[in-house]
Design a protein around this ligand. Structure first.
Ligand SMILES: O=C(O)C(=O)Cc1ccccc1
Length: 287
């Protein structure tokens, strides 16, 4: 009991049974108390208000790409640090409270990412159901409760929580479908990582100062000059003007390494917006 009171708190996109919950359990094992919330933006707000120690949010999927809402909140919200990453293999199940033939399904509920990851199955095996996007996969399972001839896409974990029937297993288009999650914390609660043996990654956002030839080339050259390996580069519109972008860059290295400091100093000088989201241990599957 006492131990529970001392546990750190971690919030995630709920309700119980989401892939975000699977990611939080995978990352922290039993070492946190989990708090389900209704949206990714609620997760950012709870972390920002320091009511919880951590939040777990999906950032990108191997099939569907970036989770835009998370990308935008990382840009907008201050005092948030990325302190960890976790990769979860995603297997989708088609679920319902009724025993339906696949072609009988009239309404299909799920999170936008899940619908996107099962596009071929939906097109080829279902009979053109109306698709309803929900806040999460587990939320979809709650919503189909009173809707006749409806089904939801979600994880295997959800089946027992909601007492659902499995209409089809493993319906994702790609067998190696996986999602990367970020673990976020308030900057004040962020403890510096001190393990030199660890492999770290760092995530930043930058927007070039000028729109002229070679700008992006020059920005990326700073990483090459210091032999820093990039692991991801994505762009999002700045939302100020069509054709203006912010670049989200992940690379190997710690933000306080000498070469990383030099590269980032140069990059910051070329940027109208520059933000270090955080350095965190590179995800390794645990045995
Ligand atoms: O809705 C969920 O279960 C989430 O955690 C978001 C999500 C949806 C689909 C794949 C990965 C994450």
């Amino acid at each position: 009991m006492k131990k529970d009171q001392n546990l750190k708190k971690c919030c995630y996109l709920g309700p119980k049974g989401t892939f975000s919950e699977i990611a939080a359990v995978k990352y922290f094992s039993e070492n946190v108390s989990l708090i389900p919330l209704q949206s990714i933006s609620d997760v950012f707000e709870m972390v920002q208000s320091k009511e919880v120690d951590f939040g777990v949010v999906p950032i990108e999927n191997s099939v569907e790409g970036s989770v835009n809402i998370t990308m935008d909140l990382l840009f907008e919200k201050s005092d948030i640090q990325v302190v960890g990453e976790c990769v979860v293999p995603i297997k989708h199940f088609l679920l319902s409270y009724e025993s339906l033939d696949l072609t009988e399904i009239k309404k299909l509920f799920s999170h936008q990412q899940a619908i996107g990851q099962c596009g071929k199955f939906i097109k080829n095996r279902l009979n053109n159901p109306e698709v309803i996007f929900t806040a999460s996969t587990a939320n979809a399972c709650e919503m189909i409760k009173d809707v006749p001839k409806s089904a939801a896409i979600g994880s295997e974990n959800i089946v027992n929580i909601y007492n659902l029937k499995v209409l089809a297993k493993d319906i994702q288009d790609s067998k190696s479908n996986s999602t990367r999650f970020f673990v976020i914390a308030h900057s004040d609660n962020f403890k510096k990582f001190e393990d030199p043996e660890q492999n770290y990654k760092t995530s930043i956002i930058c927007s070039p100062k000028h729109n002229k030839p070679g700008v992006l080339y020059n920005m990326l050259k700073t990483f090459k000059e210091k032999n820093i390996n990039l692991t991801r580069i994505e762009s999002r519109p700045t939302k100020k003007q069509l054709g203006e972008y912010s670049f989200y860059i992940d690379f190997e290295g710690y933000k306080e390494d000498k070469d990383v400091i030099t590269a980032l100093d140069k990059l910051e000088k070329m940027s109208s917006f520059f933000k270090i989201l955080g350095s965190y241990p590179k995800w390794k599957e645990r045995e």
